[in-house]
Design a protein around this ligand. Structure first.
Ligand code: 5GP
Ligand code: ZN
Length: 138
């Protein structure tokens, strides 16, 4: 896509600090990191969300995500990592080209730990699970 910033980075039209590149994927440092080593992994094929991405583009992406996450953790001498995929404006997606954030984490780094959670009232979980199962059939 001609106006997509991550397509431009993948095409080399905008510079980035590359971490990994092959025919299918590119990994580079986030320009606004949460922590040192905060890395983005993208498919070179433009798609805006996970569910828009064809399986042949997803497969190499997922394989590389696993390898890259371990490498980021080890390189940053971190104790763990978060993988985030913001999908849709409501979920915080700003760049509409599918990307995974790999964020190295250290114990007690104060970045974030838990999001707000609640308990399903009686019967609600059953309804919710069924709703999702129905959508899987379509
Ligand atoms: P989102 O909120 O869409 O999941 O996150 C997009 C991420 O892309 C942000 O963390 C932002 O810092 C990063 N980003 C946006 N523009 C650029 C850029 O031109 N170069 C790099 N390296 N990262 C970018
Ligand atoms: Zn794109």
């Amino acid at each position: 896509m001609s106006d997509c910033i991550f397509c431009k980075i993948a095409a080399g039209q905008i510079g980035s600090f590359k971490v990994y590149e092959d025919d299918h994927v590119l990994a580079f440092l986030d320009i606004g990191p949460i922590r040192d080593g905060h890395t983005l992994l993208i498919p070179k094929h433009h798609c805006s969300r996970l569910e828009d991405c064809p399986p042949q583009a997803l497969e190499p992406l997922m394989a590389r995500l696993a390898q890259l996450a371990g490498a980021v953790q080890r390189a940053m001498e971190a104790d763990g990592y978060n993988i985030l995929c913001n999908s849709g404006r409501a979920a915080g997606q700003i760049v509409e080209h599918l990307h995974f954030h790999i964020i190295p984490r250290k114990t007690g780094d104060g970045v974030f730990k838990h999001w707000p959670s609640f308990q399903y009232p009686e019967g609600r979980a059953l309804q919710v699970a069924e709703k999702i199962r129905q959508k899987l059939k379509k």
